[in-house]
Write a protein of this length. Structure first.
Length: 132
């Protein structure tokens, strides 16, 4: 398979790549500013240890903020839903009040261990505040 020349640029040198498709990749960067995530006025999480995942697959996906489990401020229920990503692993989904709100990689693939026990949320269901 031919790798897109753009995806060979220095910006992607540390990217985690799908072994079967090198054009499917992600870059994980730490977020050094304070992150707060709200559902309505309810604080779901607050941390200075978030990570931002930028992924390219069938297209360029919107960046996603993941927060560590120990930053969660609200109880979540686990749903029976799961999906698989060839560069991240198996995602489990979580809800508040029965409404699916996000996902977590409890046992990510070896190449994506930075995501272990980090939660991400659907952007149309939360408000993310970065900085003070």
């Amino acid at each position: 398979m031919t790798v897109d020349p753009v995806l060979q640029s220095p910006a992607f040198v540390d990217a985690i790549r799908n072994p079967k498709d090198p054009n499917h990749l992600m870059v994980i960067k730490p977020v050094t500013r304070n992150i707060r995530i709200f559902a309505g006025e309810t604080l779901l999480a607050e941390t200075t240890n978030a990570i931002r995942v930028m992924e390219v697959g069938r297209g360029v996906y919107d960046p996603v903020i993941y927060v560590p489990e120990n930053s969660l401020q609200s109880p979540f229920s686990e749903l029976s839903k799961s999906t698989h990503c060839p560069i991240k692993g198996d995602a489990s989904y979580v809800a508040i009040g029965g409404d699916e709100i996000g996902w977590v990689y409890k046992t990510p693939l070896q190449m994506s261990l930075q995501l272990k026990n980090h939660y991400a949320f659907w952007p149309d269901k939360v408000r993310i505040v970065e900085g003070k």
